[in-house]
Design a binder for this molecule. Structure first.
Ligand code: GLA
Length: 431
């Protein structure tokens, strides 16, 4: 009896270290200030764009009025530079009084009144990356409690001005502290980005237990080079990263920069397709008040979002790098559907890439219906062995959503299990 009791106590102790919030069963979607608005705190010179409650309220309004919220973009996330330079007399974090005169509680109330969620930023260390007050080990519980009291729904905990030892203690301790508030607060850990992103420093099985998402690698910048370096790093290390992702715990290659200044239209389509196939969080970081129609269309593509939000939550992989500088990415989806991204790293002209599903890891003898995610074109009756050609623009993608319509392979146990007849039509995502 004594033994049973102590096992129970041990189990409880373990459980309270784990993130029990049940959040983010699919990759989170929303808006995050950093890449586009940085640490612009000069509200005198630049009142429209400085980090202030006005900016977050305006972005929240746009999320609702321009259809973003209905598609799932529900987080409005504050990044660095929201704080006053000092904590208050009780040691509590406080927002800058001039830029956030109503306070974070009021901002959270406003965001909630629109049916959205509010995210906030902190840093496990002496200072944030931009020099605002950090959260030291002894302040973790107090700050978690403050965020909960304000009605915050997500915390990004950065790792500047910290040490490896500090982070090893602090990140799991914040999980515990957030759980202890009783409020469901999603937890984004920057921890692996400060550990070089890879084992043995990064313990991904621990991370999946204590964080909903984590930044693995460098900050995204407003440039195509930055996108390529992130995609390369994620692909190179996919054997480590890919298995770590799943419902409730995601690798985060950083924000979407579509709508800003650094990407062409082709490159914007590529970022969206690649982030989707990587099961990445979709955090817009652009000015929603003035975004172009074409960027909005890319970010609001319904089939794209359905693929990103697939309930199985399997992160895709780069399965091929051709000598022709074409790369192919594949993401398995629920109901035997899948997504393929044909990505051109060429810099000359549109390239005709010929292949077959049989050459792309599709082993079952099946007939597929294919929908081109950007053009909407449908190809019916594509057999696994059929050759096909896609035309991919330089630094662009062709993205396909595929689902089986007929199974020809009698030994395919999945279908024998699910369907009486091998010829039954199957449309998992009717559009
Ligand atoms: C780090 C993070 C960025 C951003 C800045 C803020 O560089 O990686 O995402 O939060 O700090 O200062």
């Amino acid at each position: 009896m004594k033994l049973v009791a102590s096992v129970f106590v041990l189990a409880l102790a373990f459980l309270s270290q784990a993130l029990e919030n049940g959040l983010m069963r699919t990759p989170p979607m929303g808006w995050l200030a950093w890449e586009r608005f940085r640490c612009n705190i000069d509200c005198k010179k630049d009142p429209q764009n400085c980090i202030s409650e006005k900016l977050f309220m305006e972005m929240a309004n746009c999320l609702v009025t321009d259809g973003w919220k209905d598609l799932g973009y529900v987080y409005v996330n504050i990044d660095d530079c929201w704080m006053a330079k000092e904590r208050d007399a009780r040691g509590q974090l406080v927002p800058d009084p001039e830029r956030f005169p109503s306070g974070i509680r009021a901002l959270a109330d406003y965001v909630h009144s629109l049916g959205l969620k509010l995210g906030i930023y902190g840093d496990l260390g002496t200072h944030t990356c931009s020099g605002y007050p950090g959260t030291t080990l002894d302040q973790i519980e107090q700050d978690a409690f403050t965020f909960a009291e304000w009605g915050v729904d997500m915390l990004k905990l950065d790792g500047c001005y910290s040490s490896a030892e500090y982070q090893a203690q602090g990140y799991p301790r914040m999980t515990k502290a957030l759980n202890a508030t009783g409020r469901q607060i999603a937890y984004s850990c920057s921890w692996p980005a400060y550990q070089g992103g890879l084992p043995p420093q990064v313990n991904y099985s621990l991370l999946t237990n204590i964080c909903n998402l984590w930044r693995n690698y460098d900050d995204i910048q407003d440039s195509w080079d930055s996108i390529l370096s992130i995609v390369d790093w994620f692909s190179k290390h996919q054997d480590v990263l890919q298995p770590a992702a799943g419902p409730g715990h995601w690798n985060d290659p950083d924000m979407l920069i579509i709508g800003n200044f650094g990407l062409s239209e082709e490159q914007s389509r590529s970022q969206m397709a690649l982030w989707t196939v990587l099961a990445a969080p979709l955090f817009l970081s652009t000015d929603l008040r003035s975004i172009s129609q074409s960027s909005q269309e890319i970010l609001q593509n319904k089939l794209m979002i359905k693929i990103n939000q697939d309930p199985l939550g399997i992160q895709g992989r780069r399965i091929l790098q051709e000598k022709s500088h074409i790369e192919v990415f594949l993401r398995p989806l629920s109901h035997s559907a899948s997504a393929l991204v044909f990505f051109s790293r060429r810099t000359d002209m549109p390239y005709c890439y010929t292949t077959s599903l049989a050459q792309l890891n599709y082993t079952h003898n099946t007939i597929y219906e294919v929908q081109d995610v950007y053009s909407g074109d449908i190809i019916s009756g594509l057999k696994t062995a059929d050759n096909f050609t896609v035309v991919i623009n330089p630094s662009g993608v062709v993205m396909w959503y595929l689902y089986p319509t007929m199974y020809l392979d009698r030994s395919f146990s999945f279908i024998n299990h699910l369907y009486k007849s091998e010829t039954k039509k199957f449309h998992p995502f009717p559009l």
